[in-house]
Design a binder for this molecule. Structure first.
Ligand code: COA
Length: 178
């Protein structure tokens, strides 16, 4: 098995540097995303392709990786969303992936915090996320009545504003998610 496909994570996880992706990371990010979502109950199996499609569309506002001993063991993508009320400059976090061998050691939390800090530093208005409220509310995401993503139960769609913007309407992810 190639090194990139086996992170060899051993507890406790060392503090791993988080950095923007480079072209050399593309294949490892695809494989990591595939591993992380394999067998996930809410996965469509499309997540690695979504990341690739976002990259191809130049829509990866942020694409951060965590690396351990030369292997990519964590990744998070952030891309622009549109909101039906016309509010601009909001983004969607995800997919986020941690190698199954490294999960539960705080790496996902590090990726969440770092990506949100870097997104806020860009001066953007806010970020949405679709996923487990038990996980994402821990990073400041909240359900915002009026800001909706059709389909999943309302409690799974959350937002985090960085400023005074309080959009209301229907959120659409980048076409790469389709
Ligand atoms: C979600 C994911 C990125 C979290 O990464 P991680 O490195 O395991 O997360 P952490 O170790 O930072 O977890 C922090 C805490 O959240 C908890 N947690 C992890 N996933 C959770 C979930 N889905 N719901 C609720 N809590 C969760 C952990 O148990 C941990 O709690 P603790 O600190 O009290 O022990 C990782 O589990 C993963 O890649 N999952 C598969 C892909 C996926 O589901 N991505 C999210 C949807 S886009």
């Amino acid at each position: 098995m190639e090194k990139q496909e086996n992170a060899g994570c051993t507890p406790p996880a060392p503090a791993m540097p988080i950095r923007p992706e480079t072209p050399a990371d593309t294949q490892a990010i695809f494989a990591l995303t595939e591993r992380a979502f394999a067998g996930h109950p809410h996965s469509s199996g499309t997540e690695p392709h979504i990341v690739s499609a976002l990259r191809a569309a130049d829509a990866l506002t942020l694409s951060l990786v965590a690396e351990l001993d030369g292997a990519i063991v964590g990744h998070v993508a952030i891309s622009p969303v549109t909101i039906s009320d016309g509010t601009a400059d909001w983004y969607g976090l995800g997919p986020i992936s941690v190698d199954p061998a490294c999960q539960g050691r705080g790496l996902g939390s590090d990726l969440m915090r770092t990506s949100l800090e870097r997104l806020a530093a860009l001066g953007v208005a806010g970020c949405v996320v679709l996923g487990d409220p038990g996980y994402y509310t821990g990073f400041g995401f909240q359900v915002k009545p009026g800001l909706v993503y059709p389909g999943p139960p309302a409690e799974y769609f959350m937002a985090l504003g960085f400023g005074a913007s309080h959009p209301e309407g229907r959120v659409t992810y980048h076409a790469a998610f389709a």
